[in-house]
Write a protein that binds this ligand. Sequence first.
Ligand code: RUB
Length: 325
Amino acid sequence: MTDDQPAITPDVRATATDIAEMEVRGAATIASAAAGALATQATESEAETPAAFRAELRAAAAELYETRPTAVSLPNALRYVLRGMDGETVAALRSSTIAQAERFQRDLEQAQETLGEVGANRLRDGDVVMTHCHSTDALSCVEAALADGKHIEAIVKETRPRKQGHITAEQLREMGVPVTLVVDNAARRYLDEANHVLVGADSIAADGSVINKIGTSGLAVNARERGVPVMVAAQTIKLHPDTMTGHTVEIEMRDEREVLSESERAEIAAGDPDDALVVENPAFDVTPPRHVDAIVTERGQYPPESIVMLMRELFGETTAEPWER
Ligand code: RUB
């Protein structure tokens, strides 16, 4: 690093590493952690001029932005916090940035709670939900339904390769929900016992496509065939503004070691000197709107095809990235 590059605090670098390595994961949790890291940057900055302070915050946002490409909650969070950075002095910039980050985190929590209440209306007493991956927005719907006194059960897909379904199973059990854990390949068989497929989202596109953990689209196709409604729980922070102008959402490709361990790879190499086995590990996929029944947000529930109206209302025409240098 050269001397004239803006100083980024170790905390921001640590948060960026945690997000990249999925120690911090899930779209809402990533957004909250990123906002918190910008607040820490603002708190610890030793910048002596407003320009230097702004440059540091933009550099910190750029570092966080580079970590994972698919969940739009990350750039949406960074954009929101940087827009609140306001003032003529370093002290004013510092306090406005910290206040904006705290506001963001509070609103995020509140939105999730409200979304849960909206989503709970779709769940009846005695319903069984089938889940995929681990989504705090989806779990909020179950939590609200339980608070309404409904009995809910869950069939939880394990979700290879990282098995985030195990986190879902644990958290549902902590809520008192009876859980049946199944491997991904068993999902279609157990759809007959489910009243809803309930998943979260990393990004929602303007045409109502849902970008979520790999395997969501296959589950949705099977659910449609079985007549099981698919409900996507996604706060408005998951709405992807760039898709309003035709951009597509980048699907993150992750390391093959999540699929094939180093020792398994070594074993293959030992038996095959060319070692031509290719492993692909896409983290997310795209579920077309025709396979989704409702997108549940804190602003109400929408058929996927009409989500663009909410996007226009929330984003207007601006999709600029204020951390761009
Ligand atoms: C997590 C995932 C979740 C969404 C929504 O993927 O796909 O369904 O992020 O989660 P990963 P939430 O584990 O790769 O981050 O509702 O908590 O925002």
